[in-house]
Design a protein around this ligand. Structure first.
Ligand code: PEP
Length: 244
């Protein structure tokens, strides 16, 4: 059985004060599902300390594809490990579309994470134009296969996958549970072929407390990657409760 996960993605939000309040609330959650929060790099040590002794893990939102060296502004996987980070998002659509990260770069970052024993949360998803052109399957499978080609099929089971349709991120427009399940089914098929049937596949895109339960009831939806709603402790905890 795939592990159930709820991962909050704070994006470029937060302050020492607002983080402290949010972390104090979410560190109290307990339930059958795993939880992590992906915080901006400067707040990693704050999150590690505030979540110490709790079940909630710390994730990075990004990492460098390189190990070390003359890469100004980059943060390596091993540096993240020194701050208690256990997971790292890779291939989030904002990285792909706003910062030009190609499938090859996403694969290289996934390799860097795995080599440092971090769990990469590999995000895939199609744009609205791609969906309307009937290309959703081709796009998400191309994105996933690029990662599998890079890491080798045998390491896919050490990843978490997240399907995040670009048209649903931060738009208030969520995929229907049936649309999500269809894509998760395609991803599961590739995972099974790769010997990673038990990989967790999360859905992300405008999940809120009022639509989470029906999404999580889909057979191949093993939890959520939550953006905006993860900044509100009550909402995030309510989503977690819908998963447990
Ligand atoms: C995300 O950023 O990964 C995300 C799913 O955002 P939102 O929940 O705000 O749509």
């Amino acid at each position: 059985m795939p592990a159930q996960w709820l991962i909050g993605n704070w994006k470029m939000n937060g302050s020492m004060d607002s983080n402290a309040a949010l972390l104090t609330e979410i560190r109290q959650v307990s339930g059958s599902a795993k939880m992590a929060v992906a915080v901006p790099h400067p707040y990693l040590s704050q999150a590690r300390d505030a979540l110490s002794g709790s079940e909630v893990q710390v994730s990075a939102q990004n990492l460098s594809a390189f190990e070390k060296g003359a890469y100004t502004g980059e943060v390596s996987a091993l540096m993240l490990c020194e701050f208690g980070v256990k997971l790292a998002l890779v291939g989030h659509s904002e990285r792909r579309h706003l910062f030009g990260e190609s499938d090859e770069v996403v694969a290289a970052k996934t390799i860097a994470a795995l080599n440092a024993r971090l769990t990469p949360v590999v995000c895939v998803g199609e744009t609205l134009t791609e969906r309307e052109a009937g290309n959703a399957k081709e796009v998400v499978l191309r994105q996933l296969n690029a990662v599998i080609d890079g890491i080798g099929a045998e390491r896919l089971s050490r990843c978490i996958l997240a399907y995040e349709p670009v048209w649903a991120i931060g738009t208030g427009k969520t995929a229907s549970p049936e649309q999500a399940q269809e894509v998760h089914g395609w991803l599961r098929e590739i995972a099974v072929q790769s010997g990673a049937a038990g990989v967790s596949i999360l859905y992300g895109g405008s999940v809120k407390a009022n639509n989470a339960a029906e999404m999580f009831a889909q057979p191949d939806v093993n939890g959520g990657l939550i953006g905006g709603a993860s900044l509100d402790a009550n909402e995030f905890i309510a989503i977690y409760q819908a998963l447990c």
